[in-house]
Design a protein around this ligand. Structure first.
Ligand code: GDP
Ligand code: FE
Ligand code: FE
Length: 200
């Protein structure tokens, strides 16, 4: 699936041109660039199984971490310029590269498709309501072949069987991990947990 021709033009160029833009944006970290290529391929596989359009999965998978190397100053500037929720200022790169990154992607790559932009916004902590593409990118990011953490193979097995079960597993494990390490929990992550994991 390395020769996928873009026909719907969610990105106004070829896949190869989009990959070059991504390489430039992530030039400080070739490993992160490679991660995005693997997320794309994993997202395409999940899209095939779950009946999602492959071009959507490709574009969203490639760009999901497009803004990850931007400075805190740049993210803060975009939050002000786009009049985004000021609470975002209390968080950091791990939230900004998705929520604010979607705005940067729209401006710099001329990607206007809301499904793609929402999948980028939701890729780190999920959301209460997730589209098929949201779920695919959220899970592909977690299970791509370069990931190595306890139970990653277990997560992969779940993902190939049932995408919703994989969203549930990932949400629970991520929250467990953050709590074990005394990390702050972004409120939307708790809402995702309540919707996807909690039973009452
Ligand atoms: P990546 O961009 O491919 O590295 O993956 P993600 O976008 O999914 O996650 C980025 C980072 O944010 C990871 O290190 C997660 O563990 C971390 N993260 C996810 N949710 C939260 C949260 O609610 N609080 C904190 N402190 N970190 C989180
Ligand atoms: Fe990310
Ligand atoms: Fe990622």
């Amino acid at each position: 699936m390395n020769n996928l021709e873009y026909e719907k033009h969610y990105y106004p160029g070829t896949r190869a041109e989009l990959i070059e833009k991504l390489r430039q944006s992530l030039s400080a970290s070739p490993a992160r660039f490679e991660h995005c290529l693997r997320v794309e391929q994993t997202a395409i596989q999940l899209a095939k199984i779950n009946g999602c359009e492959l071009e959507l999965a490709s574009v969203a998978g490639l760009v999901h971490d497009y803004a990850k190397e931007r400075s805190a100053d740049e993210f803060r500037k975009v939050i002000f310029q786009k009049a985004m929720d000021k609470n975002l200022l209390n968080w950091g790169n791990f939230i900004w590269h998705g929520e604010v990154g979607a705005e940067i992607i729209q401006d710099e790559l001329q990607i206007d498709n809301q499904q793609i932009l929402d999948a980028v916004r939701h890729h780190t902590v999920g959301a209460v309501h997730m589209t098929l593409l949201d779920k695919i990118i959220y899970v592909a990011d977690y299970i791509e072949p370069g990931r190595d953490f306890p139970d990653v193979d277990f997560a992969r097995n779940i993902a190939w069987k049932n995408l919703d079960d994989a969203v549930k597993f990932e949400t629970k494990r991520t929250l467990q991990y953050l709590m074990e390490n005394n990390r702050k929990i972004y409120p939307a992550a708790i809402l995702t947990y309540n919707e996807w994991v909690a039973e009452n």
